[in-house]
Write a protein of this length. Sequence first.
Length: 369
Amino acid sequence: MDVRAAIATKAGAPLEVTTVQLEGPRDGEVLVEIKATGICHTDEFTLSGADPEGIFPAILGHEGAGVVVEVGKGVTSLKPGDHVIPLYTPECRECEYCLNPKTNLCQKIRSTQGAGLMPDGSSRFSINGEKIFHYMGTSTFANYTVVPEIALAKINPDAPFDKVCYIGCGVTTGIGAVINTAKVEPGANAVVFGLGGIGLNVIQGLRLAGANMIIGVDTNPAKKEWGERFGMTHFVNPNEVEGDMVPYLVDLTGGGADYTFECIGNVNLMRQALESAHKGWGESIIIGVAPAGAEISTRPFQLVTGRTWKGTAFGGARGRTDVPKIVDWYMQGKIEIDPMITHTLSLDEINKGFDLMHGGESIRSVVVY
Ligand code: NAD
Ligand code: AHE
Ligand code: ZN
Ligand code: ZN
């Protein structure tokens, strides 16, 4: 069938909005009509050419919500009409990783997904007979996409697509990092580096967990008001701090934070985040995705003296199990999403979403089909 899509033709070039061809679902696959998709910084990261797994031409997008149109042979958990959120971290419930409660990183289809292909090693997207690659197993920058059954969470049909699409990445990543990865306890002190679409969700996760000091760090002064809107208690603009940030934050937290979160993708800030965690017990969680070739470093003494460095993907969430619950939290008013969706665009305007992100003007732009 013909579908409307934004193609990433090459690194650094704007997306091209055009008509492409999509094949129907094969065994274990599902055709989904995408109703809305957020634009995450990771889409920008891959489009920029900084992603070692970046592959072109591809249809990016991994923060969508939509409706099941058709199911392939063998699909048992979904039927046409079901409302779904595609999952870039699937949940097969049978691989070694799914069976280990210590991780959410289902590996059932990770190798083909990373190569921009469906699990059988082929692509469903093409243009004039030329293959276009999938992206993160989701490719939500198209109004129809094909996704493996194990990479779809069935959600409350009353939930608005243009809001809950954000649960497909940003909301779950931020809140999940606090609840699943750090397991923050009430009364803890925390520092969040980067108050964008992810960092603000870390802040609302910390509020939910009952944290005490919630310190936000961002070079964009406009983020002070944004952070406070979701529970931040202190704002630090590194450009206004004389000298090194680490002693400043250690002093502000009375010895270091119990938890720090890096939500930018900058390896220098990852080091600052680790070193501003409390001696003896502080944990630092890396969320930001760093460019190809970048490496983290610190003095091993930082770890010897009791700090822990951790990372998290999709907030440690098991998508088919946890995403429907997070949608319900939104529907019950337990978490906020609406104010963070600062811009709603048509597919034709998708490149504007990237411009708004570059200019620090948006928290989340959402494309509504
Ligand atoms: P964003 O662009 O919305 O936010 C980034 C924020 O960092 C902005 O507020 C910006 O002003 C701030 N910033 C930039 N440089 C800074 C500096 N030197 N000091 C302080 N603040 C600075 O991006 P986002 O969508 O929130 O994504 C953040 C990061 O998280 C990206 O690297 C993205 O790829 C990654 N990410 C990871 C996961 C995961 O599962 N691990 C999921 C989603 C996003
Ligand atoms: N492909 C990159 C890494 C990109 C990355 O870390 N992706 C995160 C999700 S970011 C969502 O906005 C993730 O889930 N990682 C786990 C995984 O298996 O991809 C690279 O460096 O190669
Ligand atoms: Zn994302
Ligand atoms: Zn699995």
